[in-house]
Design a protein around this ligand. Structure first.
Ligand code: UD1
Ligand code: PEP
Length: 427
């Protein structure tokens, strides 16, 4: 297994290109199942999760062509997905277990074929993560659903019928699954208490380019007029706001100045507000924005919330940053019940963090020290990278496959900004 070695103490300086968003790309790729014509997505990030979903889609019969990318000097790759015919409506456990977002094929498959059998994704390191809201929503669109032997069996032999669906809790994935399914249902669907993330807005824009009729994406009420069929389209994947926020925190931690390009400050407004309070400065530029820290970092309190609140996917990185701030910081996680897996590893690097239920109290320390560390999920891993960039000595990060799920060429991007970061390839 590969490892990442970081020698801390160098401020980040320079320009860093932000990739297309993993969490936008995954539902967008699943949307290809809704049409028998080609969906072309540009600005595709090169990530393990994208390959996992491509394998699943190919198994359903989607023809896939991939072009461009860093090797050709291009920023982002182009993927063409054509679901001329659905070969299989079963998403098997072996593929779904690798990545929870695989459940996003459920809505499109039932809507297009009238039936689907999708493995329950199960929990993961950050929480139990049920899919009851996806199932409840599809049932309200008229699907008959049975969960047996670890599979969601959905049938809608006469097609789906639009409905008013009120989510009792905000769910990004359920909003996406239902938005896709409703695009091919008869009549109008209204999603109430829908998720408002930029990835939802991006999916709606792409579906509309494919001929769907979706209004209100980005607000908590989304209206969808069902269509008989969707058609070919080309769509550029929105910038990754979590990658953006991660590099913002890395730059702030090291006390450097970095221009993040191909992204936008408005994608991370809640995080930027909190970070301003901690002493981080931002300046919009033509291609993105600059981030710098000139004074001390100051401890601030943070609570994760659905968009437009502070994202749970930046909580671990924020904690990495707060370990070295002056004063204390209370970090409260409200979305996932087990998303503090980075705490023991940060503590091994000299951080002072104690967990109290859903909150972590971080008391800033003057110095972190490098150590061999490992993490059990994607964002936890990258919080250790942030700590390693400022720690004295060497940090050796194990289980790099977590990082490879969501960070494209992380070591190259950081090294180009002056960090001493290298990947040690497994033999
Ligand atoms: C691929 C992708 O886009 N992943 C993101 C997506 O995950 P994902 O779409 O899985 O997250 P959700 O928004 O659905 O989950 C939010 C909360 O709702 C709960 N829930 C969800 C669905 C359901 O049927 N029942 C239920 O109880 C979850 O356990 C969690 O506590 O949004 C999360 C919250 O911003 C992010 O952390 C993930 O990075
Ligand atoms: C939790 C994440 O992803 P997933 O929902 O795919 O597990 C994430 O991107 O931080």
């Amino acid at each position: 297994m590969d490892k990442i070695r970081i020698r801390g103490g160098r401020p980040l300086q320079g320009r860093l290109a932000i990739s297309g968003a993993k969490n936008a790309a995954l539902p967008l790729m699943a949307a290809a199942l809704l049409s028998d014509e080609t969906l072309t997505l540009t600005n595709l990030p090169h990530l393990a999760d994208i390959s996992t979903l491509a394998t699943l889609l190919a198994q359903h019969g989607v023809e896939i062509a991939l072009n461009g990318g860093a090797a050709d000097g291009a920023q982002g790759r182009v993927i063409e997905l054509t679901a001329r015919r659905i070969r299989s409506t079963t998403a098997p456990y072996d593929l779904v277990r690798k990545m929870r977002a695989s459940v996003l094929v459920l809505g499109p498959l039932v809507a297009r074929e009238g039936h689907a059998k999708v493995s329950l994704p199960g929990g993961c390191a950050i929480g139990t993560r049920p899919v009851d809201l996806h199932i409840m929503g599809l049932e309200q669109l008229g699907a008959e659903i049975e969960v047996t032997e670890g599979y969601i069996n959905a049938r809608a032999p006469n097609g789906l019928q639009g409905a008013r669906i009120v989510f009792p809790k905000v769910s990004v994935g359920a909003t996406e699954n239902l938005m896709m399914a409703a695009s091919l249902a008869r009549g109008e669907t209204v999603l109430v208490n829908a998720a408002r993330e930029p990835e939802i807005v991006d999916l709606a824009a792409c579906l509309n380019a494919m001929g769907a009729s979706i209004e209100g994406a980005g607000t908590d009420t989304i209206r969808i007029q069902g269509r008989d069929r969707l058609h070919r389209a080309t769509h550029r994947i929105v910038a990754d706001r979590i990658e953006t926020g991660t590099y913002v925190m890395a730059a702030a931690a090291t006390g450097g100045e970095v221009e993040l390009v191909g992204t936008s400050l408005h994608l991370i407004e809640a995080a930027a507000d909190v970070l301003r309070g901690a002493g981080v400065e931002f300046e919009p530029t033509v291609d993105g924005f600059k981030v710098r820290r000139t004074g001390d970092l100051v401890g601030v309190d943070v609570m994760t919330e659905p968009y437009p609140g502070f994202p749970t996917d930046l909580q671990a990185q924020m904690m990495g940053l707060m370990t070295m701030a002056k004063g204390a910081s209370m970090i409260t996680e409200t979305i996932f019940e087990n998303r503090f897996m980075h705490v023991p590893e940060l503590v091994r690097m000299g951080a002072n963090v104690t967990i109290h239920g859903a909150s972590a109290l971080v008391r800033g320390v003057p110095r972190l020290t490098g150590a061999p560390v490992m993490a059990t999920d994607l964002r936890a891993s990258v919080s250790l990278v942030i700590a390693g960039l400022v720690a004295q000595g060497e940090t050796l990060l194990n289980r790099v496959y977590h990082l490879d799920r969501g960070y494209e060429r992380l070591e190259e991007k950081l090294a180009a900004c002056g960090a001493d970061v290298t990947r040690i390839k497994a033999d």
